[in-house]
Design a protein around this ligand. Structure first.
Ligand SMILES: *Cc1c(COP(=O)(O)O)cnc(C)c1O
Length: 405
């Protein structure tokens, strides 16, 4: 990751097609656009590459989650079970449709613990939303079983696991619906963008309309479209889709580089006695955009991070435990209800309860975890040097801590 690292002529060519006609909008203007429909082409390419019958592009991954929830009928009075380790967009989307986020522990997959999910199910639960963090997957067989047993919707946030698979199927195509983000730092980018994938034609049609003010898109005259229900403007532009179209054609190239670099890095890290790796339910399906590894204790992990910083090799190494965006520990704005407009009572209560909620199981995992982002741009030399320096620092700190007893 990410696709922007290999920006080039293919992307420029697609964008130039749109600049030639000047039709930057994805709908209408059939004459002047001279047959150029980048968003439609990208949707078809996504269906083909990731194996889904329907794909609806929108303006971001957050918009994709929000649109998916609306189309799946999730809203006020409902609870959505989601993991405590994710990006803030997950709860933003839940709150956005008026539902209540119920945060649960993760396990060593770095995704939601199915046991914690089962415990969190109550009469208001409507949806289970696994988030496939850092390029790899949740235990989908188990989550599917739970969702089925309790008659719940399974919505996959695959925003940061583009190209990863579970038992041969692309993440994001396994639940009732799934989403990718094409923001600037994702495996493939549109600059900004996102997509909802689903096998359910009705859900797809609702996504199509909801993301464009409820337009039914049945006529040729946009002004004469009917509005079966209100929506939002979550449209993607043709310029963004043009970038994505070039990138989706290169996604296998990106994945191959990730896999190669990941293997070299993993081999180097594996030589360190005392570190372990993230559990991956289907190792063959890892997109390899990150390598996530565990040290023996929080104290040692803090030391490693400090040493990486000191040595100038912190870039690309993420310590999510102390990160403002990805883990419950630092989501004070959420826990303190620092919102711009009033929430409803059930939402308020759930958020205030988060202050007291025990996430010891997740803390014990996240406080020892470092995720190293796998770059597409590294030369073999740079990668080997990086790996060597990282290993040197970690081995030194582990030996030191042993001597200290
Ligand atoms: C990036 C991301 C999103 C949101 O995507 P945007 O396109 O940035 O809105 C949602 N969930 C996860 C897990 C992400 O990593």
């Amino acid at each position: 990751m990410p696709g922007f690292e290999l920006w080039g002529d293919a992307e420029r060519k697609e964008v130039n097609d749109v600049l030639e006609t000047g039709i930057l909008m994805r709908y209408g203007f059939d004459g002047p656009r001279k047959g150029i429909w980048k968003s439609k082409e990208l949707e078809a390419a996504i269906c083909e590459r990731f194996g889904t019958p329907h794909a609806q592009l929108v303006s971001s991954g957050t918009a994709a989650l929000t649109t998916a929830m609306a189309a799946l009928g999730i809203g006020s009075g409902h609870e959505v079970i989601m993991p405590a380790f994710t990006f803030v967009a997950s709860f933003e989307a839940v709150l956005g449709v008026g539902a209540v986020p119920v945060l649960v522990d993760i396990d060593e997959t770095l995704t939601m613990d199915p046991l914690a999910v089962e415990k969190a199910i109550g009469p208001k639960t409507k949806c289970i939303m696994p988030v496939h963090m850092c390029g790899s997957m949740a235990d989908l067989d188990e989550l599917k079983r739970i969702a089925k047993a309790h008659n719940l919707i399974l919505l996959e946030d695959a925003c940061q696991s583009i190209g990863a698979t579970y038992k041969g199927k692309s993440l994001g195509t396994i639940g009732d619906a799934g989403t990718f983000s094409f923001d600037f730092v994702k495996t493939m980018t549109c600059g900004e963008g996102g997509v909802i994938m689903t096998a359910d034609e009705e859900v797809y049609k609702k996504c199509d309309a909801f993301s464009d003010h409820g337009h039914d898109h049945l006529g040729v005259d946009r002004g004469a479209d009917l509005h079966p229900f209100p929506g939002y403007n979550f449209r993607i532009s043709e310029l963004h889709s043009a970038v994505g179209l070039a990138q989706v054609r290169r996604v296998d190239e990106f994945l191959a580089i990730q896999k190669k670099n990941h293997a070299i890095l993993k081999e180097a890290l594996s030589t360190i006695p005392g570190i372990t790796f993230r559990k991956i339910p289907d190792p063959q399906g890892d997109s390899c955009s990150f390598i996530s590894w565990f040290l023996p204790s929080e104290a040692i992990t803090q030391k490693v991070i400090a040493a990486f910083k000191e040595q100038g090799i912190l870039a690309g190494n993420f310590y999510w435990f102390d990160n403002n965006w990805h883990y419950i520990k630092k989501w004070d704005h959420l826990k303190n209800l620092s919102v711009l407009y009033p929430l409803h009572e059930a939402q308020k209560k759930a958020l205030l309860d988060l202050k007291e909620k025990d996430f010891a199981q997740s803390d014990a995992i996240m406080s020892r975890c470092i995720s190293t982002a796998v770059s597409l741009a590294w030369t073999e030399e740079q990668l080997k040097e990086k790996a060597e320096r990282m290993v040197g620092v970690v081995v030194g700190i582990l030996e030191n801590s042993k001597q200290l007893g």
